[in-house]
Design a protein around this ligand. Structure first.
Ligand code: ATP
Ligand code: MG
Length: 370
């Protein structure tokens, strides 16, 4: 099975995160990356709660591929423990994890260059959680808007794992010394916690961590067919693995509005703007120009164009995905190799953390002996 796969879709234009970057005076993150790619390391990830969708692709996956092509080391964590943050049943985890691996590779991540690993296979990451939990307060965890929204949507009492999962994510990022985190908008509050944890650790125990920065694309919050954030849990997705016909059906059913004249107005016409943005991002155009082309032909024509853009852009990825899914042994090997590499890196970070905290007991060999 070849490991280098051509990137099937033009990567969406990336923009820097408004709240997690170093501030408006500093050089934008993308410029700093382009000037010195070797100074950065990427960590990003997904929950194995189902197959990936267009929101993942345009929100983070294409950015991961772009950063890999720029020569940055890329780590992708499949956050299997996080599946049970908001549900009791982990579901068919193995099948879902292997599907994610196939989708990453089909999108252009190269296992020879990018480290793909399941969280549960790298125990050092969970060790980091212990000191990190000492660096956050109950109040700051409780006011995290994404945690609040997810707790509400789960219709269950707020569990300890859901409350603390931004700290787990801080451990995932900092545990592989990640400095650039390509994410969607919902992750920005979590990135703030990761930055605080890094700074507070350094202040309290000595300089170990670089506060990571979020990297958003032009579509950090893609909407699904019901007008809410496209999300596996809501079942409002256009799947990367959906057929062309199924895609047409989903797009046809997407909420829009009654105004026949198509204009790009993200604040007042978010669902129309969402479809325009999808077309624009996948065809390398400006959404205003796409709107002008559709003009008075209304939502039906806009949806026809969106369907065509999605199916054209994803066709090679979908073919490649199907081929990869036919070889689960290869996919499992990719994960195994990724876990070994991520484990080495995380063990190194944990050693530095223990040293900074004065936990170097091995020398002299007196521990445990009487
Ligand atoms: P779940 O419903 O299980 O939480 P999800 O669809 O929200 O699934 P995640 O695995 O939570 O997907 O998210 C993985 C990454 O993809 C995160 O960086 C997240 O910000 C990004 N992402 C998810 N949905 C979107 C979206 N609709 N638009 C942009 N980015 C997204
Ligand atoms: Mg999510």
């Amino acid at each position: 099975m070849p490991t280098t796969i051509a990137h099937p879709v033009a990567a969406p234009a990336a923009v820097d995160a408004p709240v997690c970057g170093p501030g408006p005076q500093a050089r934008p993150l993308n410029e700093r990356i382009a000037a010195d790619p070797g100074a950065f390391r990427v960590l990003s990830g997904d929950r194995p709660t189902g197959p990936l969708h267009l929101g993942h692709y345009l929100g983070t996956l294409a950015n991961r591929v772009r950063l890999q092509q720029l020569g940055l080391p890329v780590f992708v964590v499949i956050a299997d423990y996080q599946v049970i943050t908001d549900r009791t049943d982990p579901g068919p985890l193995r099948e879902r994890v292997l599907t994610l691996v196939a989708e990453y590779l089909a999108a252009g991540l190269d296992p020879a260059r990018t480290v793909i690993f399941p969280h549960s296979a790298v125990p050092a990451l969970n060790q980091l959680l212990v000191p990190f939990l000492a660096l956050v307060t109950d109040a700051e965890l409780r006011r995290n808007p994404t945690v609040k929204a997810e707790a509400l949507a789960s219709r269950r009492p707020l569990g300890g794992l859901l409350l603390t999962y931004p700290v787990h994510q801080a451990a995932d990022i900092l545990g592989v010394a990640g400095t650039v985190v390509p994410v969607g908008r919902d992750q920005l509050p979590h990135l703030e916690i990761a930055r605080s944890v890094a700074r507070r650790f350094n202040e309290r125990f000595g300089p170990v961590f670089t506060p990571p920065e979020a990297l958003l694309t032009a579509t950090p919050h893609l909407l699904g067919s019901d007008g809410a954030k496209m999300s596996k849990t809501r079942g409002n997705t256009i799947g990367l693995g959906d057929t062309a016909d199924r895609t047409a059906e989903i797009v046809r059913g997407a909420h829009t509005d009654g105004d026949r004249r198509i204009t790009f107005e993200p604040t007042t016409r978010p669902q129309v703007a969402n479809l325009l943005t999808i077309v624009a991002e996948l065809t390398g155009r400006d959404p205003r120009d796409v709107a002008a082309d559709v003009g008075d032909r209304g939502a039906v024509e806009l949806k026809r164009r969106a369907t065509e853009a999605i199916n054209d852009a994803l066709a090679p990825l979908r073919r490649r995905r199907a081929d990869l899914l036919a070889d689960p042994t290869f996919l499992a090997d990719v994960l195994l190799a990724g876990a070994a590499r991520a484990g080495e890196v995380a063990d190194g970070v944990l050693t530095r953390v223990r040293a900074a905290m004065g936990m170097e007991y091995a020398r002299g060999g007196r521990i445990g002996s009487r």
